[in-house]
Design a protein around this ligand. Sequence first.
Ligand code: DAH
Length: 329
Amino acid sequence: MLERLDQLEADAVAALRSADDAASLEQFRIAYLGSKGQLKAAMAWLKDASKEERPKLGAGLNALKNQLQEQYDARKASVGGGGLAATGPLLDITEPGMPPRLGRSHVITQVIDELIDVFARMGFEVAEGPELEDEHHNFIALNIPEEHPARDPLDNFYLDPTHLLRTQTSTVQIRVMESQDPPIRVIVPGRVYRPDTHDATHSSMFHQLEGLYVDRRVSMVDLKTTLIQFAHAMFGPEAEVRLRPSYFPFTEPSAELDIKMQIKGEWSWVELGGCGMVNPNVFKAVGYDPEQWTGFAFGMGIERIAMRRYGIGDIRWLFENDVRFLRQF
Ligand code: DAH
């Protein structure tokens, strides 16, 4: 019996010596000191021991138990991270992770990307211009005369008597024609600014998509064909285009652009903007010969498209940056 005690001590000491981290120390504790451990089991030897052996064996087992407990405690303290660490790693690397939330493009950006795509297929390139403009590009070159009501200081964000935040992307028509010779085929997505009182359909900043096509013998048929192609690509093969006679200083003739699109399963006409044949005065302003060159232009509201398509009831939701709203798109 006493030999078995010696053997148990030798095994336990060796096991404890080779336990060098929290996990193996815990294994040791369970194997030797735990309630189903070897020391507990060795207590059963007492009843088989002879009368003479029994006291010695009992004392030996107790001494061994205390010794192992002490050594185990010391070792655990030196390995560090007692407590929880001793019962297993805190970090379970086999747990499925929490996927991080991905960001996404704003719904207006998504619509702009789609518009660029649709017009790129028809050969239109993207052009850009400054949001802070001078009167020349915002009005004069676009054939908007001094006395025109659109130039009223109350209808524009003037920064000084001759500079303002652009009220329309048509300014970029002028910038493109000033810097390039025809033929020209560009679209211009961009922000425009007007001092409107904010409500469900008005915002002092919104987006427009401008288009400009200049070549020889361009006609109203080219304009309408381009708009029909656009409507079909963007709103489906059943979409239609309607031009209503209108007036803009920079086009002659001019028309209001309506597109029949599907909204919540129903087809209805939506006013998207204006269009027309480039006014010869505009060509003169950029130094193009109006006898040689012809062109069409159009401008539409991008928020309009997004709001109608997705059933967004208030333009302000597009600019409030509430992620609960934005995550839907
Ligand atoms: N610039 C006009 C507006 O903001 C829209 C527009 C109408 C643009 C006719 C055009 C056009 O290019 O030909 O109301």
